[in-house]
Design a protein around this ligand. Structure first.
Ligand SMILES: Cc1cc2nc3c(=O)[nH]c(=O)nc-3n(C[C@H](O)[C@H](O)[C@H](O)COP(=O)(O)O)c2cc1C
Length: 417
């Protein structure tokens, strides 16, 4: 049944959607149910949040020009990606520390994604190990997002685990070799990872755990005062690291895990030539996430990459960066159909997806939207957010005169300058 009909029929029985359909209401509702820290972490962006606004502005400047009298009685929103036919041109962009939104975290997201056949991208910063999510997904599509750690053995271990988990692509995120200047988080002095949240891929990794006792580079952190907040943080960490809460607290394993994570999780020295190492590590398609310049897209193809994801991390990294949608046309032109171009950052509904497809994206990533759905109604909330996006895209295509995604081209848009 079409999503719209489903909602309206439920309305006849007196039921309203649990999860608000419009994005502004969705975000407002999520804000009500989340702690101040969780909402700030999910909703916030870098600096003055100019990039976040630019992402939306780029969608608002472009207008769809519907065409009439074309038979749209049967519509097909499916696309082909990495050897799979997907029901719709959506995937779930990786969102780290998503336990901030709901205790079922990645597992609820995995179940919702699998039930609709929409690929989920497992985050390197997940709150649930990828193996647990993969087991819950059956044969449904999933990819793995990699943060390239300072430790190559750990990178190899993550990639091997992703392969064993049936991931069908590796998405290497390039725009976060350093954490952006996140004003809202700084205001609250809060970062989930320091509380042991969002480091489950690490604490479930044999290479990471084997090296826990090894010395780290750099000065040891000062021993803080045993304030209530510090004790609470230590307890949260201890609960999250395998081995038993008490043992972890006493043996300092939880703190060691967080310290090791902070010291090793990213490698700001990463260069183009390093991609050869990853290329040699796996036969899976590799997608570069965070590409915003045509030259970088060309270099990605020279390096044997299999896709690019045009993204500015939802405006969380560089304040005042180009909007992802504005960067898309030049990247599409440079890639010239050789590999799929994906896009995220600013997708708030099906009509936004239509615009990105019109500019040449093969599929688009849903980001904060599903995190808000999760916060409001767990697995069901994620499912509703995805289903709404799919339903709105299908109707937008039909109303614009497009029976298939292949008909959604640049000529369907006006504006943009
Ligand atoms: C709370 C949060 C956590 C994120 N964690 C990751 C991550 O672990 N890895 C990654 O590559 N991108 C991460 N991203 C970026 C998303 O994958 C995606 O690029 C972004 O959310 C898209 O923008 P939008 O949310 O405005 O649509 C995160 C985004 C948010 C909001």
């Amino acid at each position: 049944m079409h999503r719209q009909t489903e909602i309206l029929l439920a309305g006849l029985r007196g039921a309203r959607p649990r999860v608000p359909v419009g994005f502004a209401a969705l975000e407002a509702r999520a804000r009500e149910v989340l702690s101040a820290e969780a909402f700030a972490y999910i909703a916030g962006g870098a600096g003055s949040e100019l990039t976040m606004r630019a992402n939306r502005d780029a969608f608002e400047r472009r207008r769809i020009v519907p065409r009439m009298l074309r038979d749209v009685s049967v519509r097909d929103t499916s696309v082909e990606l990495f050897g799979r036919r997907l029901p719709a041109p959506f995937f779930l962009s990786p969102i780290g520390a998503i336990e901030l939104a709901h205790r079922d975290a990645d597992l609820a997201v995995a179940r919702a994604a699998a039930s609709l056949g929409v690929p989920m991208v497992f985050s390197s910063q997940a709150s649930v190990p990828m193996e647990t999510c993969a087991r819950a997904m059956g044969a449904a599509p999933r990819w793995f997002q990699l943060y390239w750690s300072r430790d190559d053995d750990l990178v190899a271990s993550f990639v091997a685990r992703a392969e064993r988990c049936g991931c069908e692509a590796i998405v290497l995120t390039l725009d976060t070799t350093l954490l952006g200047w996140r004003t809202r988080d700084l205001e609250l002095g809060y970062l989930p990872f320091l509380h042991g949240k969002g480091i489950a891929q690490y604490t479930s990794d044999p290479v990471f755990m084997r090296k826990l006792g090894e010395p780290l580079d750099g000065p040891a952190p000062e021993r803080g005062r045993a304030t209530l907040a510090a004790l609470r943080a230590a307890l949260t960490m201890a609960r999250r690291v395998p081995g038993g809460t008490l043992r972890n607290l006493r043996g300092g394993r939880a703190l060691a895990a967080v310290r090791r994570f902070v010291a090793t999780y990213t490698r700001p020295s990463l260069e183009w030539k390093d991609l050869a190492t990853l290329r040699a590590m796996t036969k899976l398609p590799i997608v570069l996430k965070g590409i915003l310049h045509a030259d970088d897209a060309r270099r990605a193809m020279d390096a044997g990459m299999d896709g690019v994801l045009v993204s500015n991390h939802g405006g969380r990294q560089v304040d005042g960066a180009i909007a992802a949608l504005d960067a898309l046309p030049a990247v599409v032109e440079a890639v010239d159909g050789r590999v799929p171009v994906l896009m995220d950052s600013g997708i708030r509904g099906g009509a936004d997806a239509f615009k990105a497809l019109a500019l040449g994206a093969r599929a688009v990533g849903i980001g904060r939207g599903y995190a808000y759905g999760l916060a409001i109604a767990g697995e069901e909330g994620v499912r509703e957010v995805i289903a709404n996006m799919m339903g709105e895209l299908d109707l937008t295509m039909g109303l614009a005169g497009c029976a298939g995604v292949g008909e959604v081209g640049r000529e369907m848009l006006a504006g943009g300058d």
